[in-house]
Design a protein around this ligand. Sequence first.
Ligand code: ADP
Length: 468
Amino acid sequence: KGERLYLGMDFGTSGARYALIDKQGTIHSEAKREYPRFMVTLLSSPEMDILKTFLKREESVDWARSWRETLFSLLNDVPVHVRSLVASISIDGTSATTMIVDRWMSILRLFTCPSGLYLFILILDNSSTGEPLWRPFLYNESCPDALPMVKAIAPENHTVCSETSTLCKLVSWWNIEDSNKESALLLHQADWLLWLLHGKLGVSDYNNALKVGYDPELEAYPPWLISQPYSQLLPCVTAPGTSIGYLKEEISKQFGFPNDCSVCTGTTDSIAAFLAARATQPGKAVTSLGSTLAIKLLSTNRIEDARFGVYSHRLDDKWLVGGASNTGGAVLKQLFTDEQLEKLSEQINPMQASPLDYYPLKAVGERFPVADPKMVPRLHPRPESDVEFLHGMLESIARIEGKAYSLLKDLGATQVEEVFTAGGGAKNEKWTKIRERVLGLPVSSATQTEAAYGAALLALKGAQPNMS
Ligand code: ADP
């Protein structure tokens, strides 16, 4: 019998991946799937008419079904000969993707008798438990209607005070839906997918639950939230990477996973991506140079500042502090192709400081490290040489990154000591050198950046709780 393996799955914005690792972190297998697009099929019944009125928008994609199919496709993609070695599974999902599901085993069904009379029959039906009562609210969906109500109950500048927060989604649903309140339960995308595997309804982790208002420091929902009528929908919360139960017997039998394969709580996609970089000491940070510039720093203390969109996620006894700037690769992409970026970068002398002072933005407005919704992009003067122009942009983005780390320190976080890089900009060695000079810190690209890898590390943690 071979060495035990740990399976992590990432459910991102456009598709899902898995990574299968061993105890040392070596990848044994990985694969990727795009989400199939199923459309919501509407039956013709009075209940469905109510639903139809709400489904006018593009929400007719049946996301729950797409995710479920993808989950099982990925399990099927795991090579048959290693399945029996899988000791545990964990999943990350997009942050604030919210599902309202049925918590009861009973459903009220409406039947039409031949005589034309309606007959209500209460069916005890185990299969309906955990089924979505509503279409999922996606991570980036706004519920501005709920914001005033959320602001009225939450402390000022709390993470939930954002139109896309899980709490705004919950309150918005609570206000429109007048049936099923009693039997409803809130789950995040990762919780729901994990539930499909372990079958214990109503479990979440404190990373996913942050945006619904859970306080990971108190390890409880705060009193201002508990006193609301919809608090009955909130799931139980544990640390990410906690074993919840064994993989359902029918699934382990069907796919050939072992009987003792455990299913562990997950996290959000961006935290999973941070975990992948294995920056485990306070002061270690990951800068993500994708379309935007996002930084995450491991800190011994928690900091929050809604003005800058800065907040902290708990990671065991430490805090993962983060913020995202609107600058980043999107602006570079508007001006240069990836090939041009590579060619032009080759000619840059990274040891020499560029005198150009830009603030590259794709649109008006910045939040972090400067909170100014009216900030205008600054890309002038543009020198004749494209090499100089690009040098100026890369250097300016590096300065914004430096400012971002100093702001976190000013807000009380642990001082940054080393930066790992993820995203499309990580492969640019000249940029890495420029950033080392501007930040005055060692900068390197992260060996692992896939969120699925981070989720696999959580599965490993869950399988060996005493080792972490
Ligand atoms: P996303 O946030 O969209 O997932 P990626 O992590 O895939 O972004 O990174 C894509 C970005 O990386 C693009 O905006 C592109 O301009 C930028 N990029 C690609 N190649 C380079 C390069 N050699 N140097 C700097 N930036 C690059």
